[in-house]
Design a binder for this molecule. Structure first.
Ligand code: ASP
Length: 373
């Protein structure tokens, strides 16, 4: 089976080959120099940071829709091949590419986040980068998007993109998603919008987006916020802007961090007791997100263990496994010293709590952050 079509294009070759001959710029500094820009055109410059995922995966044939990638014995696709396969992106921007990782997004770590975020901030400081596209797996895409939304120090567009089908699949969704991502990152309208996800022609805010289906291409939904806009013929049409604080307006600074505090998620089901919570505390958790039922409800034994965790200095956030809706600070939570998750799902609450704990352990301050971000 033929894999993703690889076509070299003049413009891309110029950027990559110039980099190869510029001693001052390391291989991981693919930003087009100013002179390069004038050689090419007046298009914006978009850096593509590739991290892996299905968009960079191949299967054994056109109908290998769910069995593909490293697990199916197939090598991942590198950034150059990914970019070369979709020459249409060069209609929208001068492209440079960089391989940050090449793994499934379920294998990424919080250390990887720090590395990626530092690189994003470094690139965005350069006047010769107008926007960034990050190719990523869909499994944890909403988490990386929200993390970057809180720690990116620029109002230039940062767009995460992925695919549900591998590059070799019949009706692969990666190529058009990538074109839309580049067009969005290159667009002036996408400035000041926080970190965005573009998939299936829909533009989602990092705060609101979540993966809702394990295989369908229409997997990304925004249950509480709705989509922020739509791509039509590769042009972004925005219908709203994020109201939560993001990027340049956050108080989080990861530039000097080399680790994030340990925050666990406790998933509550009928009949849960507090033993998992006890084990989390014993294993050094600095924070716990309780993914309770309904409006953050939980069995009494779970509540007992969480209240004990608070006494031991662990910050507890009362959240919900429901997937949408708001958890507000009712007396039953505040009397135990719990923060409430507001509109953050458990995986996003974990990110905000990790960053909050780099600043403070005061539940009132942390509740303020859960209200604002
Ligand atoms: N396994 C993939 C990942 O890296 C799934 C995907 O990208 O759709 O998350």
């Amino acid at each position: 089976m033929k894999t993703a079509k690889v076509l070299s294009t003049a413009a891309l070759t110029i950027v990559f080959s110039t980099l190869a001959t510029l001693p001052a710029m390391a291989a991981e500094q693919p930003v087009s120099p100013k002179a390069e820009q004038s050689i090419q055109n007046s298009l914006p410059n978009v850096a593509i940071l590739a991290t892996g995922g299905t968009i960079a995966s191949k299967g054994a044939g056109a109908l290998a829709l769910t069995d593909y990638g490293v697990g199916a014995g197939q090598k991942p696709v590198g950034v150059q091949q990914l970019v070369d396969a979709v020459p249409e992106i060069q209609k929208f921007a001068n492209i440079s590419g960089e391989q940050v990782f090449n793994i499934g997004s379920s294998k990424l770590s919080t250390q990887d986040w720090l590395k990626l975020a530092k690189r994003v901030n470094e690139l965005l400081k350069s006047p010769s980068v107008d926007g960034i596209v990050i190719t990523h797996g869909t499994d944890t895409l909403e988490e990386t998007a929200y993390f970057l939304n809180l720690v990116t120090k620029s109002n230039k567009p940062v767009v995460l993109v992925a695919s549900m089908r591998p590059a070799t699949a019949l009706s692969a969704d990666g190529p058009l998603n990538l074109v839309n991502a580049v067009a969005l990152a290159a667009s002036k309208a996408a400035k000041n919008k926080g970190v965005m996800v573009v998939m299936n022609d829909q533009i989602s805010p990092a705060f609101g987006v979540t993966k809702t289906n394990s295989t369908n291409v229409a997997t990304f939904k925004c249950p509480d916020t709705g989509y922020m806009g739509y791509m039509q013929n590769n042009v972004p049409y925005f219908v709203s802007s994020p109201t939560k604080k993001h990027t340049v307006n956050t108080e989080f600074d990861i530039s000097k961090l080399d680790a994030l505090p340990r925050v666990e998620v406790n998933y509550v089901v009928l009949g849960s007791d507090g033993k998992l919570v006890d084990a989390m505390v014993k294993n050094g958790a600095k924070g716990i997100i309780n993914a309770g039922v309904g409006h953050a409800n939980m069995p009494n034994d779970v509540n007992k263990s969480l209240a004990e965790a608070v006494k031991q200095g662990v910050v507890v956030v009362a959240g919900s496994r429901v997937g949408s809706g708001m958890i507000t600070p009712l007396n039953k939570f505040t009397k135990e010293g719990y923060v409430t998750a507001m509109m953050h799902n458990p995986q996003k609450a974990r990110i905000l709590l990790m960053l909050a704990l780099t600043k403070t352990q005061d539940p009132k301050e942390i509740q303020r952050m859960f209200n604002e971000y």
